[in-house]
Design a protein around this ligand. Structure first.
Ligand code: BTN
Length: 323
């Protein structure tokens, strides 16, 4: 089930974001709604997992910093004119775009929450309300799908560049093909799905998840070590500007990739590649291969020196370093 973003919810959060107590009647006056309509919105926010205290005679108070996403704020910081679809909740931003028809060359879908967020290899992508970035984008390439091998690498580099600009100068790495790590913890990932192709033209859905303000989560929801920008920087991050910067970087990188392929990105990749010269296992759908990473080729394939000495390139798979 999908829920369009709700302006009243955003306005309510703005009122509550000072951390003070506000009574239902006063909020209702500002938002031009009844006290019981305010109460329903409060219940909704609580159902999304937000910590809102309520004291009889005093009102409601938000116990954590919170800024919701707003399309107009994001657009104000964008370099290109882009259609943005923002949902309060959606199954998966990738699936939303996959099920639509895309005449427009670029389209973005954002959500505050995903109920069925998808990671690579059919994994689940934990997507709690208003904590992180869940962003998907439709992009048309003037090339065959066979030339898109480097697309997840380019996407990882665009994410890394955006995060660096937040002030994290060291400790950021990419892990072939789609992970962004801070030290040895996952910070962001991307999921590319090809939607259509014809000779010399392809359409990709590029889905990006960045852990932004997530601090504590029920343990079972993420199976690997993870971190978030707030954990690293020690402060709450406004996701609106971050989203805009991510979109700006992404489009710049995607256009470059569309015109010149992956080669112009190879140097950048090698500087932040955490697999370089490491012995790893590469899992594909039906095999598990061990080898030493010697680098990547100009298409973005992973180059592995196998234990029998043979050098082989791989276009997909899941990598893990052998300690
Ligand atoms: C991974 O690291 O396995 C890929 C994670 C991709 C998650 C993003 S969140 C936005 C978009 N919608 C989804 O359902 N998945 C991607």
């Amino acid at each position: 089930m999908k829920r369009e973003s709700n302006k009243n919810l955003t306005r309510l959060v703005k009122i509550l974001s000072d951390g003070q107590y506000h009574d239902g009647t006063g909020i209702g006056r500002v938002l031009n709604m009844t006290r019981s309509a305010v109460w329903k919105l409060i219940k909704k926010l609580q159902a999304y997992g937000l910590n809102i205290d309520s004291i009889k005679g005093k009102g409601y108070s938000l116990q954590e910093p919170l800024i919701l996403l707003e399309v107009e704020t994001i657009k104000r910081h964008l370099k290109d004119k882009v259609d943005i679809y923002l949902f309060e909740s959606v199954d998966s931003t990738n699936d939303y775009l996959k099920n639509g028809h895309h005449q427009n060359l670029v389209k973005i879908c954002l959500a505050e929450q995903q109920t069925a967020g998808k990671g690579r290899l059919n994994r689940y992508w934990y997507s709690p309300f208003a904590k992180n970035i869940y962003l998907s984008c439709v992009f048309h390439f003037a090339k065959d799908v066979s030339s898109l091998a480097g697309l997840s690498l380019v996407t990882s580099l665009a994410i890394l560049k955006t995060i660096q600009a937040e002030g994290i100068k060291e400790g950021l790495f990419v892990k072939w093909p789609n992970d962004v790590f801070y030290k040895n913890k996952k910070l962001a990932g991307s999921l590319i799905e090809i939607q259509a192709e014809s000779h010399g033209h392809s359409v990709a859905i590029i889905g990006i998840g960045v852990n932004v303000n997530m601090l504590n989560i029920p343990e079972k929801n993420i199976s690997q070590d993870w971190t978030s920008l707030q954990k690293i920087l020690g402060q709450y991050i406004d996701r609106n500007e971050l989203c805009a910067r991510l979109i700006n970087h992404l489009f710049f990188y995607l256009r470059e990739f569309d015109q010149h392929g992956f080669s112009p990105f190879m140097d950048d990749w090698m500087k932040v590649d955490c697999l370089a010269n490491k012995t790893i296992t590469l899992k594909t759908i039906n095999t598990k291969i061990k080898g030493k990473v010697t680098g990547i080729d100009p298409q973005g394939h992973l180059l592995l020196r196998l234990t029998n000495g043979q050098l082989k390139s791989f276009s997909s798979g899941d990598t893990s370093i052998i300690k």
